[in-house]
Ligand binder design. Structure first.
Ligand code: 87F
Length: 544
């Protein structure tokens, strides 16, 4: 029987919004949006009559109801749509795919310099391969989705959909690697993976199917492998900091939090101040020789001796888009950092009754778009004449282009345009002749400003503590906590239990990472949780 539960998201505000998510059974979800009356426009219908038209707008504030704000920004900002047939799956729209492709091009160019080559492996994993070594999949088993039938007949043995591809790829490394001349072998693939998250699915951040790249490399020596882990971590950090304008922390995962199949997991971590939760932004694992042993991946060295290879695996997913939206989005909608913005400039005409013919303004808009295109700047016009310009401003703000250019009769007369920044709302009038130079300059300023603002917020949210009492208080204040720790597995488990969950359902606190850049640790420093001698400073917090 299909259960039908209606969840009212409590979005009926003075704006008259009304969004319902109807969970019809545990695996499907329906999103109904009924007229979010956040903007009205005069629309001329086919018979030439004016009528009021409504626009989908954000009905809740980021710092009042973050969960619904985020869902609305993603949907109304046209990054994605909820897939109603299967819960936790989302349709990525062109805007999201364009950002993903910017990330992909940047990352591909970087790993090409490292001689990594692109492959594509099948999405199916046999049960035998996936369960070859039960240990590495420990804890993950409930997330594996299985194909059990084809048409009317049951499969003899179920086949898994890849949750990650170690067990798909490594049998072939065993075949392909014979001698030291076959090393290093560096594979990357861009693909989709499936992880059957049972609850708490969130657009981009936790979905049952997502896009990522997964790198899998094999080396003759541990040193080479360890160097690559760091090199890749650096590229990931650049994707976040330089493209997405999101500050991240590079660090090492604790024994509890590392990938069970790895020798050591390094990661970059971001922090969402509104929820006070950390979020793993990408990982780079040194797998050591664990998988080499499991899959018999050996090579003959220069002296004719057989040795096991040293392996790494590393991944960055579309979660990055979610982290970017959470970081920069505001009460008006998405805010794109210029470097990844699908559209960097939107050009809108501002007609004044009886002044200049609308067509003349539209032509001026198109001319500006052409000039921008010629300079290699992604731009588009919004010359729809059935919406007021105020309505179009709000609509474009929702979609996040970094700059808006307005052209009205006075601008035409003065040979200028008005430029408005999405991040600060600042306006300036610019001569047509200076347009390209000014736009380029503003885009750089916006990119830097978004990063600087996010970095400042991160610093404001970070709290150094030394005692349990300070820790509890900082956690209550939704801080990212840096604390001296004895590095014991049991102590981390205990902290998780003792810190309980918060009002938003965030679980207990855990380590996010031990930063590579360590503050000085006085010799007599004690662990904030156990009172034993501290070995390191680690970041703690609730997390996604
Ligand atoms: C879920 C189900 C089954 C994560 C899973 O991080 C297996 C797994 O092995 C699983 N979730 N993992 C760890 C993935 C490790 C590693 N793989 C390559 C990465 C980056 C890319």
């Amino acid at each position: 029987m299909v259960k039908s539960v209606e969840v009212d998201l409590g979005t009926s505000t003075s704006l008259g919004s009304d969004t319902k998510i109807i969970i019809s059974d545990e695996d499907s979800v329906q999103v109904e949006t009924n007229q979010l009356l956040t903007g009205e426009a005069s629309v001329v219908n086919s018979s030439g009559k004016k009528k009021k038209e409504t626009r989908l707008g954000i009905s809740v504030k980021k710092d009042e109801d973050f969960g619904n704000w985020y869902s609305e920004v993603c949907r109304f900002g046209e990054l994605l749509e909820y897939y109603e047939q299967v819960k936790g799956c989302y349709i990525l729209k062109p805007s999201a795919m364009k950002i993903w492709n910017v990330i992909r091009r940047f990352f591909d160019a970087e790993i090409e310099k490292m001689d990594v080559e692109e492959y594509y492996f099948p999405m199916f994993v046999s049960r035998g391969a996936l369960e070859k070594e039960k240990d590495h999949i420990k804890g993950f088993a409930p997330e594996v989705a299985w194909v059990t039938r084809a048409g009317e007949s049951d499969l003899e043995t179920p086949i898994a959909l890849r949750p990650t591809s170690e067990t798909v790829i490594y049998p072939y490394l065993s075949k392909w690697i014979r001698g030291h001349r076959d090393l290093p072998l560096k594979i990357n693939q861009w693909n989709n993976v499936v992880r059957w998250e049972s609850s708490d699915t969130t657009p981009f951040v936790r979905s049952r199917e997502f896009l990522w790249q997964e790198g899998h490399t094999a080396f003759a020596t541990k040193e080479e492998a360890e160097q690559e882990v760091l090199d890749v971590l650096n590229i990931y950090s650049r994707v976040y900091e330089e493209l997405l304008a999101v500050p991240v922390i590079k660090g090492i995962k604790s024994e509890n939090e590392k990938f069970a199949g790895a020798f050591e997991t390094k990661s970059i971590e971001a922090f969402i101040p509104s929820t006070g939760r950390g979020i793993q932004a990408a990982t780079s694992h040194c797998l050591g020789q664990n998988f080499a042993q499991m899959f018999d991946i050996t090579f003959e060295d220069k002296k004719g001796k057989r040795s096991m290879v040293w392996q790494n695996s590393w991944g960055l997913s579309t979660r990055s888009i979610g982290v970017m939206v959470m970081t920069h989005g505001d009460d008006k909608g998405v805010v794109f950092p210029p470097k990844v913005a699908p559209v960097k400039v939107v050009v809108i005409q501002v007609p004044i009754k009886g002044a200049v013919d609308d067509q003349v303004l539209c032509d001026a808009c198109e001319a500006v778009v052409s000039t921008l295109h010629e300079a290699g700047i992604r731009a588009k016009s919004d010359t729809r004449d059935n919406y007021s310009c105020g309505w179009k401003y709000a609509d474009q703000e929702l979609k996040g282009a970094p700059l808006r250019i307005e052209i009205g009769p006075r601008d035409l007369a003065n040979d200028q345009v008005r430029i408005v920044r999405r991040d600060t709302g600042a306006k300036m009038d610019v001569k047509r002749g200076d347009l390209i130079e000014q736009v380029k300059d503003l885009l750089e300023k916006i990119q830097r400003n978004l990063y600087d603002v996010a970095k400042r917020k991160l610093e404001e949210c970070t709290q150094k503590v030394e005692t349990w009492e300070e820790f509890e208080e900082a956690l209550r204040q939704k801080k990212l906590i840096l604390a001296p720790w004895c590095d014991e597995v049991e102590v981390e488990k205990d902290v998780r239990k003792r810190s309980g969950s918060d009002e938003t359902g965030g679980g207990g606190a855990k380590t996010l990472c031990t930063p590579l850049e360590q503050p000085e640790l006085r010799e007599d420093t004690l662990c904030f949780a156990s009172g034993k001698p501290a070995k390191k400073w680690s970041y703690w917090g609730r997390s996604y």
